[in-house]
Design a protein around this ligand. Sequence first.
Ligand code: AMP
Length: 170
Amino acid sequence: MNFNDYIRNIPDFPKEGILFKDITPLLKDKDAFHAVIDKMADKFKAKKIDYVVGIEARGFIVGTPIAYRLNRGFIPVRKPGKLPYDKISASYDLEYGSSELEIHSDAINKGDKILLVDDLLATGGTTKASIDLIEKLGGDIVGIVFLLELLDLEGREHLKGYDVYSILKH
Ligand code: AMP
């Protein structure tokens, strides 16, 4: 199965110059969805992991089934104003715009082993902000997994020293 067949390229979305990678055809196909989640999870199944952290919103879609497959709990990193309890935040630049991310202050304890998940690695700003949040709480990131990595944007440059794995490279 070639997962690339299930990724749709949308030019100039959400603004001019951005080639948006639409993963909804992959999510819709039960066999492709199942296979890609298994591949993402299985890469890290030999590692000691306490929690899977997923980044809103598509990081929830791929992160929660990975947590379920690894039989671990799931922790959300969310956009501002969504988390109801005590939280910490980090700001970051996007390929299109800038934003902030938040995590509950008690979500992670010192030394917890974390697998960080998102759908796509572009500039790496989103991932870096999430790393900052996790590490501020004392979490130990044992792996970072993406469905798709945009090679030209060199997001990996921001993730040196981490075990980064992406299924597709565009
Ligand atoms: P970045 O912080 O630049 O690595 O951007 C990564 C985040 O933005 C991910 O959560 C993606 O969902 C989203 N994103 C950035 N660029 C694209 C793109 N070209 N197509 C689809 N999603 C994107």
